[in-house]
Design a protein around this ligand. Structure first.
Ligand code: ZN
Length: 331
């Protein structure tokens, strides 16, 4: 078939936008913290964050490390493997084959508590427990770098009678596995998250030291402005990497539409995962979101459906022409 008619799962311009978002995020963050903290604190926090990133992104690519970490995780009781005869596994296998993926992902049912822990630091979790649980309990997700597909018992329950929606979710997540290895937005997110947590500890250490009359020269401004500036730097950098993250979500939706060709299933899926508050969100809230807000996402799904339909029609037409030209005698 004509190379131009092959479906493009990944586009160079999208990757460029994602990378730009991550690069701006890191520049804003590192620039911001450098004006507040002592260079040693900055270096230590970035070294710590990079170590976590290497552990999570690079080592997990190797089956030896991945399996060891996985078995430890399974032993902790935070997750269990999906039974081999489960319907979800069959759906994943089907999409995996269509995407020519070498290996089937491992599918884990994780404890909803664990997902909450990943999504928010402990204090936030305590304060907003209910809303986080509501948001997290139907989760589906993947770790593309380690080829792991995750869900929760509640996720399985809520999609039990929603086959079209589940097919869209599976196609969306599998597209992430195919296209999001070494995703720049995830890189920036990890660096920011881990490094800023480390710097909060640096502030706490400075406060504790000054309380007992000692001094740790980790901060070059007052404690009050250090906390405020750290918050501003993290938020501003967050806006940049989240822009890249939303690009990756639009891409996974578009690819999922190509795989399922079911607009009702896709929109039904959005209706299922969003509550009414999310449906009323504004464009301003969108810039702080890792996933596009409901109304933008649904609009993009309609666009994707049109693109997919047009693409399929072109392929069909090309095949027809091809057949016709093969059948006609050569002169
Ligand atoms: Zn996604």
């Amino acid at each position: 078939m004509d190379k131009n008619l092959k479906w493009k799962f990944n586009s160079v311009s999208e990757k460029a936008k994602e990378t730009a978002g991550a690069a701006v995020a890191l520049a804003v963050f590192i620039g911001g913290i450098s004006t507040i903290f002592h260079p040693i604190a900055v270096m230590l926090s970035l070294a710590y964050a990079t170590g976590t990133l290497i552990q999570g992104e690079i080592l997990m690519k190797f089956p030896k490390f991945r399996d060891k970490a996985l078995s430890k995780f399974l032993k902790s009781g935070m997750a269990k493997e999906l039974p081999k005869d489960h319907d979800l596994l069959k759906r994943i296998k089907k999409v995996s084959n269509r995407l020519n993926q070498k290996d089937m992902p491992r599918v884990l049912i994780v404890n909803a508590d664990f997902v909450g822990k990943m999504a928010a630091p402990p204090i936030i979790r305590k304060l907003f427990r209910k809303s986080i649980e509501e948001n997290m309990h139907r989760v589906f997700g993947v770790a593309p770098n380690s080829n792991i597909f995750i869900t929760t018992e509640e996720g399985l329950k809520s999609t039990k009678n929603k086959k079209d929606e589940l097919d869209f979710i599976v196609a969306h997540e599998m597209s992430h596995i195919k296209t999001d290895k070494f995703a720049p937005a995830r890189f920036a997110q990890t660096i920011l998250k881990k490094s800023s947590r480390f710097l909060v500890l640096a502030v706490a250490a400075t406060v504790a030291a000054s309380a007992v009359g000692g001094a740790i020269p980790l901060i070059s401004t007052s404690i009050f402005s250090a906390v405020g500036s750290l918050f501003i730097a993290t938020t501003a950098a967050g806006v940049a990497w989240k822009y890249g993250s939303r690009i990756a979500e639009y891409r996974a939706d578009r690819n999922a539409m190509h795989l399922t060709k079911n607009l009702d299933g896709a929109v039904g899926c959005m209706n299922m995962i969003s509550n009414f508050n999310e449906r009323d969100m504004s464009g301003f809230q969108n810039i702080f979101s890792t996933h596009p807000i409901y109304k933008y996402r649904v609009t993009a799904l309609h666009d994707s459906f049109n693109k997919v339909t047009m693409h399929d029609a072109k392929v069909k037409f090309a095949q027809k022409i091809n057949k016709a030209s093969c059948a006609s005698p050569k002169i």
